[in-house]
Design a protein. Structure first.
Lengths: 460, 264
């Protein structure tokens, strides 16, 4: 039997490069990706960064690589979920990894489909540099190599100097047509000096499906620029999402990533901000609610290349069913990055005996003067608190929902400049997900007799 | 007419007998005090009435208004009008005090078929209660008991009681850890909440709370049984002579009870 990696390698080898209307370097970039993927294959458990995440879900479905963007996919039949934000914001619909025509590209932000940007000569030098810079030559980067070999679909988002880009929404959705496909997309974002943007990426499909998305985002936050990057993921149970985000932050720039996950079958986040110049700051936060047999893996790597720079990681997870969570939060403070601050916190609640979390905060410090703290906890709900709340009249379920919700909302509260209605929408959806999880994991209620303790004392 | 009736109550914790036949009756509108040495079972009694897990009732009954409390879940007891002020109120990080209390009150109202209060109506009610109790409203904006001082926690318990308007309130060592000013404030609050349709059981280790809340009756619990009952003067006698006075067998009230029981 051919492995999935072989299947994909063969598919890549058989691709015919049309190449017309595209710059020559693009073919080279794709080839380097295909070669790297052929060299390493899919990451397996022996690759340290993939130790806790198995790709069984992908292998079981034997996803084909989707090659021809937009072709013969039933885009018009797809139902789109409601837009999260009621206020005025630009919305780009990404169906099967591909931007749908008709989005409003007016305003200060320049939004261009990647395919179009690659064809235009004027953007090429900058875009070429970014696309060539992605590190793929490593066994843990095989998905990025794959993504590079399939380069073509995605978006380029450019916010000019000193302009406020407001809120931009990307809606990622999939059709429900078999067979299972793996879609590849690349999003390149540049915030020039002093620019700001709130980017909200919403992953939701109204129909059940078992497609996968392999998304690589490459972000540059310029001097004094600010990017608030929110992700709300509530994909179908069968969906696989492999999301890698590389972000370079320049002097006094600020990058914040806030991920909210309660969907998907297999979800992997690699969030990797690099603080390249003094005054740069990154926050990487996440809340996840896992039920059933979901698998979610957060890998964070914050690189302090210069100091003083600041970073914090704050993650809260609630797990039930047979779900499995992974948090691997690493921060490296390089030599000379003195005066830097690193904070890490990961706390988890396990609501069922079969759920599992692997949490590993890591610090690598090569600088002399730094301030660093980290902590990870795994626990259950405070039963004293549950009882206290019940004596006031709340049901067992209400009490547990309220406690878990407060636990997760701490992540929401860390977002600065969050549009109020968006915060409420996320909180409502999170509460709903928690409500479902709590209901499914409620401890059995003792009946009146056992509460009384009047069970037969002797059965002789 | 509400009435708490505890009959021959036996309870164990981790298989160890703690309550060994408690009999206690509180008429509507009456305030009873329950005193006793450490480890006598005072808090266990409170927890058994409130419905905490891990406390196994092996014999006897607890009825309120003729309703069997022991068969009910803790929240159902609350809906029936039972309230317990905790000796150590639990901190609930991230849950706003006002939000929590409104959810609790509405859960109780819903169980009684009454309409739920919206946030405006609730706030109005809360303001009234705060005024009566002379409690600062900064309590409202904080997470439930989180970072509260000992006095603030106890005041918050009394405040919750005022809002929830129970018909039976059990105050478990509400005076513990309070300085004299805080004690007066809390006692004041309790006195304001005394009413014809509200019974109270005040559990305390010391007489001093009973200087401020004068009880209709005082009971002494020792080794899982009520060994003496009397009026407010019994509390003062205990204060003067200590619990050893009971152990040394003076125990006049107990003899009386024994004679009554024999005669009955």
């Amino acid at each position: 039997m051919t492995s999935l990696a072989d299947q994909w390698t063969n598919q890549l080898a058989g691709r015919r490069e049309d190449g017309s209307g595209e710059p020559a370097w693009l073919g080279d970039v794709r080839r380097s990706g295909a070669e790297a993927f052929k060299r390493y294959g899919l990451p397996h458990r022996k690759v340290e960064d993939w130790k806790y995440t198995s790709l069984k879900l992908l292998e079981a479905r034997s996803h084909a690589l989707f090659e021809d963007a937009g072709a013969e996919r039933p885009s018009s039949e797809v139902q789109w979920p409601e837009v999260l934000l009621s206020e005025d914001c630009a919305v780009v619909r990404m169906l099967n990894g591909s931007p749908q025509p008709g989005f409003d590209a007016d305003g200060p932000i320049d939004i261009v489909p990647l395919a179009q940007a690659l064809a235009g000569e004027d953007r090429s030098p900058w875009l070429r540099e970014v696309l060539q810079s992605l590190a793929i030559d490593h066994p843990a980067r095989a998905f990025s190599a794959l993504n590079t070999s399939m380069l073509g679909e995605g978006l380029v988002i450019d916010v000019p100097a000193d302009s406020d880009g407001g809120t931009l929404m990307l809606q990622w959705s999939f059709d429900d047509k078999p067979p299972a496909m793996l879609f590849n997309a690349r999003v390149v974002i540049r915030l020039a000096k002093g620019a700001s943007l709130t980017l909200v990426e919403h992953f939701e499909s109204l129909a059940a499906h078992s497609h996968g998305l392999n998304l690589v985002s490459q972000i540059q936050v310029g001097e004094g620029a600010r990017l608030n990057h929110l992700r709300l993921q509530q994909e179908a149970d069968g969906a696989a999402l492999i999301l890698r985000t590389e972000c370079q932050v320049l002097k006094d720039g600020y990058y914040a990533s806030h991920a909210f996950d309660w969907g998907g079958g297999l979800v992997r986040h690699d969030t990797r901000p690099s603080l390249l110049q003094p005054g740069a700051e990154a926050e990487v936060n996440g809340a996840f609610v896992l039920d059933g047999s979901r698998h979610l893996d957060h890998h964070v790597f914050v690189d302090h290349a210069a100091g003083p720079s600041r970073s914090s990681q704050f993650f809260r997870g609630v797990l039930g069913g047979h779900s499995r969570g992974v948090f691997n939060g690493k921060a490296r403070i390089q030599q000379g990055a003195d005066g830097s601050t690193v904070r890490q916190s990961n706390a988890n609640l396990l609501l069922s005996a079969m759920a599992e979390i692997d949490t590993k905060p890591e610090l690598e410090i090569y600088a002399d003067e730094v301030e660093a703290s980290h902590g990870a906890t795994v626990g259950q709900l405070d039963e004293d608190a549950v009882f206290y709340m019940r004596t006031r009249g709340l049901s067992d379920e209400q009490a547990r929902a309220m406690l878990t919700s407060a636990f997760c909302k701490a992540v929401l509260e860390r977002i600065t400049d969050l549009p109020v209605s968006l915060g409420k929408e996320i909180a409502d959806r999170m509460e709903k997900a928690l409500g479902t999880l709590v209901e499914a994991t409620l401890p059995p209620r003792p009946d009146a007799e056992s509460r009384r303790g009047a069970a037969p004392t002797s059965t002789k | 007419m509400s009435r708490l009736q505890i009959k021959n109550l036996h309870a164990t914790v981790d298989g160890k007998p703690i309550l060994k036949g408690v009999n206690l009756e509180i008429e509507s509108g009456k305030v009873h005090a329950l005193m006793g040495p450490n480890g006598s079972g005072k808090s266990t009694l409170a927890y058994v009435v409130a419905g905490r897990e891990g406390y196994e009732v092996t014999d006897g009954s607890v009825e309120f208004d003729g309703k069997d409390l022991l068969g009910l879940a803790p929240e159902e007891r609350a809906h029936a009008g039972v309230f317990m002020a905790f000796q150590y109120p639990v901190e609930i990080p991230g849950v706003n005090n006002t939000y929590f209390l409104r959810a609790a009150l509405n859960a109780q109202r819903k169980s009684r078929g009454e309409p739920e209060l919206d946030s405006m109506q609730f706030l109005k009610l809360v303001r009234e209660k705060l005024e009566v109790l002379h409690i600062e409203d900064d309590l409202l904006h904080r997470a439930v008991n989180e970072g509260f001082s000992g006095g603030e926690k106890k005041r918050n318990e009394i405040f919750q009681m005022a809002v929830l308007e129970p018909r039976l309130a059990i105050l478990d060592e509400t005076d513990s850890g309070l300085d004299i000013d805080a004690l007066k404030l809390v006692a004041d609050g309790v006195n304001r909440l005394r009413g014809d349709d509200r019974s109270m059981l005040i559990i305390t280790h010391y007489q001093r709370l009973l200087d401020h809340i004068v009880p209709d009756a005082v009971h002494v619990l020792a080794d899982g049984k009520i060994v003496a009952s009397g009026d407010a003067s019994l509390a003062r006698k205990l204060e003067d002579q200590g619990y050893t006075w009971l152990e040394e067998g003076g125990i006049q009230p107990v003899k009386e009870r024994a004679e009554e029981a024999a005669a009955g």
